[in-house]
Design a protein around this ligand. Structure first.
Ligand SMILES: Nc1ncnc2c1ncn2[C@@H]1O[C@H](COP(=O)(O)OP(=O)(O)O)[C@@H](O)[C@H]1O
Ligand SMILES: [Mg+2]
Length: 303
């Protein structure tokens, strides 16, 4: 099983869109995929469930908010598998072609508060290393995913919020790899370096506390995926081409396949509960790019 966090400090770079489409494409190819929405914005959740249904059936008892609540409580942590949902519309489409499945752990708009509770539990952000719960809280998600209940999944994709708070850290600690969507521009590439630094710090701190008592972590950057690439005259616009053609300027591997900007296709995708890559009679250019990206992802994660 591969656990991959989709992460970038910036919002609006296509993290959620990539998570939904990559997950859907892998499931359509017969894989068992679990998506975990850690972002309080819950865009991934709303890509598969209508807000009214979320409000009515999921919000109170069936989201990651309640699970994190049990992590922070003094009582036993609830099994995460209790919160796994199988979004019906997309799986109806996936089920027609094979054995694949796309499951989801939904998020909640109140997840913002969980970070504050975490900080309180760890004695504030400055004294985290000394806290007796440092390891167990950081490992909360990793421990669940290592359990028997999740052994049947081939891939877990975690959609992270655009920050580096405790919730994000639990995602990174649980991950073998990080996938970094970014726009091909200056500020976005700067952000990637900063992210690398923060992940190295977390890895170092965690492993120092872990010592020999628990398994060490080593989340590596699988690659940067350039998203929202703007095309003109059959090629990316000049200002973006520099970033696309010179991956050496970024100190991280870069996926060969990028995803073009296409507002008409991506904007309404969530409303139908089907990611763009699987929409019947969808845009062939965009679908091809997403399929190629999935192939590259599989090649890079094959062990
Ligand atoms: N390749 C793309 N072309 C055009 N619009 C896109 C593309 N990818 C994502 N979007 C749109 O941009 C917005 C932000 O994307 P999203 O995936 O939610 O980013 P993030 O998760 O990083 O905040 C959404 O409205 C989404 O529909
Ligand atoms: Mg998002």
């Amino acid at each position: 099983m591969n656990v991959v966090s989709v992460i970038n400090y910036k919002g609006g770079v296509g993290k959620t869109t990539l998570t939904a489409n990559l997950g859907a494409e892998l499931a359509a190819r017969g894989r068992r995929v679990l998506l975990i929405d850690l972002d309080p914005q819950a865009s991934l959740t709303f890509s598969f469930f209508q807000p009214t249904q979320w409000e009515r059936e999921l919000a109170e008892e069936r989201t990651i908010l309640q699970w994190f609540g049990s992590v922070l409580d003094t009582g036993p942590t609830e099994p995460l598998e209790k919160y796994v949902l199988t979004p019906p519309v997309v799986n109806e489409l996936i089920g027609r072609t094979g054995e694949g499945r796309l499951d989801l752990v939904a998020s909640h708009l109140m997840m913002v508060d969980v970070d504050l509770d975490f900080a309180a539990e760890l004695g504030g952000s400055r004294f985290q290393h000394g806290s007796p719960r440092f390891l167990s809280l950081h490992r909360a998600l990793a421990d669940e995913l290592a359990g028997e209940a999740f052994a049947g999944y081939d891939t877990v994709l975690i959609d992270c919020p655009p920050n580096f708070t405790m919730v994000t850290r639990t995602g990174i600690v649980a991950s073998d790899h990080l996938l970094v969507p970014a726009r091909p521009d200056y500020l976005s590439t700067l952000g990637i370096d900063y992210l690398r630094k923060k992940v190295s710090e977390l890895t170092r701190d965690y492993n120092r506390v872990a010592g020999t008592a628990v398994a060490r972590i080593n989340p590596t950057i699988l690659g940067v995926v350039f998203t929202m690439v703007q095309y003109a005259n059959n090629g990316p616009i000049v200002s973006q081409r520099n970033y696309l053609n010179q991956p050496d300027t970024i100190e991280a591997p870069v996926f060969r396949q990028s995803i073009r900007d296409n507002k008409t296709l991506f904007a309404p995708a969530g409303e139908q509960g089907i990611p763009a890559v699987l929409i019947p009679d969808g845009n062939p250019h965009v679908q091809y790019e997403l399929q190629q990206l999935a192939s590259e992802f599989l090649a890079k994660t094959r062990t």
